[in-house]
Design a protein around this ligand. Structure first.
Ligand code: SF4
Length: 349
């Protein structure tokens, strides 16, 4: 026990662990160690971000995807999905509604949908930028050529979310089709950083075939990339995917890793994800109490939310945006935190 307390203290003070230290800490975690970790993680989080919680308004504007990731409910091979694309006017009206509700960051998310060409997406970004000059625009639209990333940045996008999913090449190939690779994924992340985006990356906790050793590689990659945001959430199987019978990731391990990431990258933005709220009724509150400081409620029109299911039993698919916002406000207040109206830029620069 003492040995692992010392590792957590090292992480708190030096923000780094070796590969072997990560592996043994993750494999040997206990409820007592987790409590100790969380108390330090809250301390660090409050040092930089106080009790403030940043909100991001998520707009899932297309569920078409050319890819076939084995864990994903909207993968190309799933013929049971009702596919949709939101028109530009609809996306702008989601932003307008979000703005009135106090959102100052919009996250545009979609599958890799070829009908959204570089020009079409850049035009949309320009319109949002013109209409909402005080808001941050975050893209979560997958892998593109560097020149497209540059075009989106020049059009006014500020941030880009692209989970690396898993650092390990072999593990990556067990979760993805042969057309995708861990190397290309990481290359995209480095290019996004070079262009000047605030970058978010992350992975699923408890993904099939994941081990403590593989998670250690993920932590080392996060340290190396030093992103502005890290999104992790439990893997949850979707019934129409090859992984439908795999076990879900646990709340316990997800919270432990949130605490670890807060100590390793003290100023990073760390969302308490919807997936966390899906596997436990208080998952998002527990995420905040483990060191997270961001929540991402949905601003998509209610009628399409049930079609954007990356995993089963996703919560909040029937609620209006205003209801989501109020619900989260109450949840955060119940644990002594408050949602703020701000862009919520990362201090990890
Ligand atoms: S995870 Fe992303 S890229 Fe992969 S199939 Fe799903 S939406 Fe497409």
């Amino acid at each position: 026990m003492d040995r692992y307390i010392k590792l957590i203290d090292k992480l708190y003070q030096k923000h780094t662990l070796s590969d072997a230290e990560w592996t043994s800490l993750i494999a040997s975690r206990t409820p007592e160690l987790s409590e100790y970790l969380f108390s330090l993680a809250r301390d660090v989080r409050e040092r930089y971000y106080g009790k403030d919680i940043y909100v991001r308004g998520l707009i899932e504007f297309s569920n078409y995807c050319k890819n076939d990731c084995l864990y994903c409910g909207i993968r190309r091979s799933n013929r049971n999905v009702h596919r949709y694309r939101l028109e530009e006017d609809m996306i702008l009206s989601c932003c307008r509604e979000g703005y009135e509700l106090g959102f100052r960051t919009f996250v545009l998310q979609s599958g890799e949908d070829a009908s959204y060409t570089e020009d079409r997406l850049a035009n949309l970004i320009r319109k949002i930028r013109r209409n909402f000059p005080d808001c941050a625009i975050t893209l979560s639209v997958g892998e593109w050529e560097r020149s497209s990333y540059q075009a989106f940045f020049d059009a006014g996008a500020d941030r880009y979310l692209l989970r690396h999913e898993t650092y390990n090449d072999k593990h990556y190939s067990m979760l993805h089709p042969a057309s995708l690779s861990a190397k290309k994924r990481r290359q995209c992340l480095w290019e996004l950083k070079e262009i000047g985006y605030q970058v978010g990356t992350g992975f699923m906790v408890g993904a099939p075939f994941q081990t403590a050793q593989l998670l250690s590689e993920d932590m080392l990659f996060l340290e190396e990339l030093n992103p502005q945001m890290v999104g992790i959430g439990p893997f949850i199987p979707h019934h129409n995917t090859p992984f439908k019978d795999e076990a879900a990731g646990t709340l316990e391990l997800t919270l432990f890793l949130l605490g670890c990431i807060r100590l390793m990258l003290p100023k990073v933005l760390l969302p308490s994800t919807t997936a966390l709220g899906t596997i436990h009724p208080k998952g998002r509150e527990l995420g905040i109490l483990s060191g997270a400081n961001v929540v991402m409620p949905n601003l998509s029109p209610t009628e399409v939310r049930k079609d954007y299911l990356l995993y089963d039993n996703k919560i909040c698919t029937g609620d209006e945006s205003a209801q989501c916002r109020r619900c989260l406000e109450q949840r955060m207040e119940s644990i002594g935190y408050r949602i703020v109206t701000a862009r919520g830029d990362s201090l990890n620069i």
